[in-house]
Design a protein. Structure first.
Lengths: 214, 227
């Protein structure tokens, strides 16, 4: 029996986008429930019962209530191995996918999200960008991307020759880096640049961006 | 062939993997990496982990890094032996273990790591801990632990009424935190304190704690900054 998947979030939230793109890649039906973050809905009931940390997104699948985007994407992909894009691997290759999912979570995300906050969100909200924070996080991200450049010279995607969750998890923050001054960090690294162009061109990602217009 | 774990028992990330291996009753060889000599940044080590960090796990021709990826691999590969860390036979429980593993990774770790860094690593460079960084991150950690306090009022452990990999991932950093004045952030919250006492008293946890001697390697001056 198929339970209805409900995603609670905002199409402008990177974490929500991470979940949405995985649902589109897996070609799964879902209902999207918009959370009005401007009105602080994510910090109040009923949302806070879905995620006590008061952050989007949250997912409901029947009785199951989940939060943390990377736990949700892993749940969705594990539960639907035969649908849509093959986003995970089996056996030893799955361990390599896990490694690069952790690299995204521990290395890429902290620097990229802080940089995006400074050069994308702050101007959008009329706040002042902190040049020291930009310099610090560009340097950190540059070091991470140097490792990615070497890695992507050996394989087309991070975990091997197939697109997996390890690549997918980068999409929301990568997209923002590419539309700001931080684009130079990507453009100056040919293998990273080719990988970024490839994964952001996927139709599932275009569907996520289209949700921002409705 | 036995697993080879390259790292140092006093390193939080190596310790995390050691605890997981012991809980799963898996044999392994610990290959010491001299962190104080910067061995992890040498070419032979960078060939195993391009980010130049411990630990690295070698299982035959498979080389893995990132402690949480290694622990997940071990817990999955050896799911039929030792303690059940992933709850793989119950869909709902397994999903909640993943949720609280991500909470440790995304909420708990970013707040606790800078505090432990200030108390233990900064003094090695001959500098005093930055109290502003400690206070700022203690405030963040406190807010995270308020949510843990509420959660642990309704379940014995984070993912449910069962110890799991989600709880285990908290052991190494918290072990170091508890030896400092910042321990109050745990001790002031009764359910969090009880949870900590439970998980840190598991035989495997206690054994690993014996190897977590980073503080003891410091000078007397640094010891004065701890409890």
């Amino acid at each position: 029996m198929m339970a209805t998947i409900k995603v609670h979030g905002s199409p402008f939230s990177t974490a929500t986008q991470r979940v949405l793109v995985s649902l589109y890649e897996k070609e799964l039906e879902f209902e999207f429930v918009n959370v009005n973050m401007g009105a602080g809905e994510h910090k109040k009931e009923p949302f806070i019962s879905l995620n006590p940390f008061g952050q989007v997104p949250a997912l409901e699948d029947g009785d199951l209530k989940l939060f943390e985007s990377r736990a949700i994407t892993q749940y969705i992909t594990h539960e639907n191995p035969d649908k849509g894009t093959q986003l995970l691997c089996t056996g030893k290759q799955m361990a390599i996918v896990s490694v690069w999912m952790e690299v995204e979570a521990q290395k890429f995300e902290p620097a990229a999200s802080k940089l995006n906050w400074e050069v994308f969100y702050k101007p959008f909200f009329g706040l002042t960008t902190d040049p020291a924070a930009v310099e610090e996080n560009e340097a950190k991200l540059a070091n991470v991307l140097d490792v990615y450049e070497s890695r992507l010279a050996q394989s087309k995607y991070l975990a091997g020759d197939s697109f997996t969750l390890a690549d997918l998890h980068h999409l929301p923050n990568l997209h923002l880096l590419l539309v700001t001054q931080s684009k130079k960090l990507i453009d100056s690294r040919p293998h990273v640049s080719a990988w970024a162009a490839d994964i952001t061109a996927r139709p599932a990602w275009a569907k996520v961006l289209a949700m921002q217009k409705s | 062939m036995a697993l080879k774990l390259h790292g140092s028992a006093m390193s939080t990330s190596t310790s995390l993997v050691i605890i997981c291996l012991h809980e799963k009753e898996v044999d392994f060889e610990l290959v010491p990496v001299d962190l104080f000599a910067g061995e992890q940044k040498q070419p032979h080590f960078l060939a195993k982990n391009p980010f130049g960090q411990v630990p690295v796990l070698e299982d035959g021709d498979l080389t893995l890094f990132e402690s949480r990826a290694i622990s997940a691999y071990i817990a999955e590969k050896f799911k039929e032996t030792g303690y059940d860390l992933l709850r793989h036979q119950n869909l709902q429980e397994a999903a909640l273990v993943k949720v609280w593993m991500e909470v440790e990774s995304q909420q708990f770790h970013p707040a606790i790591a800078p505090i432990v860094y200030q108390f233990y690593v900064v003094p090695l460079k001959g500098v005093s801990p930055d109290q502003a960084i400690i206070d700022d991150n203690l405030e963040k950690l406190g807010k995270v632990l308020d949510i843990y306090e509420a959660r642990l009022s309704s379940t014995k452990y984070l993912a449910g009424d069962f110890y799991s990999l989600a709880d285990l991932h908290h052991l190494p950093y918290t072990c170091y935190l508890m030896k400092t004045t910042a321990a109050s952030v745990i001790n002031e919250r009764p359910h969090v304190k009880a949870w900590w006492e439970d998980i840190s008293c598991r035989p495997v946890s206690k054994k690993a704690a014996e190897g977590m001697t980073f503080g003891e390697k410091c000078t007397l001056k640094i010891k004065a900054l701890l409890l």
